[in-house]
Design a protein around this ligand. Sequence first.
Ligand code: HEC
Ligand code: HEC
Length: 257
Amino acid sequence: MLTLAILPGVAWTGVAASAEKASSQESPGEKLIKANDCASCHAVDVRVVGPAYRDVAKKYRGKPNAVQKLSQKIKQGGYGDWGQVPMKPHSALTNTQLRQMVTWILSQGAPPAKKSAAAAGDSAQPKAASKMYAYTLANGTTVKSDFPVFVEDEGKDKNQRVTKDVFSGYEMFNSYCFRCHGQDVTGSEIAPDLRHSLNAGMTEQQFFSMAMAGRPEKGMPSWAGFLSAKEVKQVYEYVKGRSLDLVPVGRPPSETD
Ligand code: HEC
Ligand code: HEC
């Protein structure tokens, strides 16, 4: 039931995104990129799971066979040119579609007009230094998080109700991840206990990369194209809340209750 309740949300996001973009001028390549799973792992200006399109353009523009090489890479997938995380294959795309997508990617090379040359450099990060939130556990230990786990209630309910994002993460985890990673992130015999993964130092970026790219040969599916970046972040926030012992097992009381 939970799965059915969530799927229309995913579809709706897609529809909203394409409706919004339909008004602006788009090349066939850009349309194809929007219609595929590419946005789960790539953005124009920042590295997500894979390289920023702007960096790909910088590296390949003017190189002989760039279009052919990149088309083949997208079609067959692979790793090693930008790190050890793999891109999955896209075997259903035709050569014409691949050429249109790559042509659009290579056209992303020019630095954005409003940024200075320095600001357009490689080190662009998606978020600036973020605020920290501190919570005290029942045993007196204080734990910190770089996103709010609870809504800031006045009075006696303080720190009881989780945010909408954490709650959505709870719903999605227990729709898509629980059958391998255990109900409410309690671990299982077939996949790692993700509380331990985070407590052992896995970063949000590493979690995100793993969730999007997967490790199919080891039984971890790729969620790119199915869960959006925002949804994976919500799942991360729920798992993080569980790993810090802040969020209990079961349905947590939420902001929307
Ligand atoms: C699951 C995440 C994921 C998805 C989905 C994905 N990519 Fe990638 N992509 C990557 C990663 C990771 C790399 C870096 C691979 C490497 O290191 O060689 C990459 C590399 C690339 C490159 C550079 C290739 C090179 O050899 O330098 C291009 C171009 C590219 N992707 C385009 C696309 C397009 C277009 C789509 C959609 C059809 C797409 N990607 C979908 C993760 C993804
Ligand atoms: C079909 C079973 C299955 C499902 C469903 C599944 N996973 Fe996994 N996951 C695995 C397996 C198996 C591994 C270990 C892969 C390996 O050996 O490297 C794994 C590894 C991971 C890791 C890396 C953990 C570590 O310590 O290295 C993360 C993060 C992760 N999964 C997140 C998720 C998320 C988020 C979801 C739901 C959106 C999910 N997984 C759904 C099977 C699954």
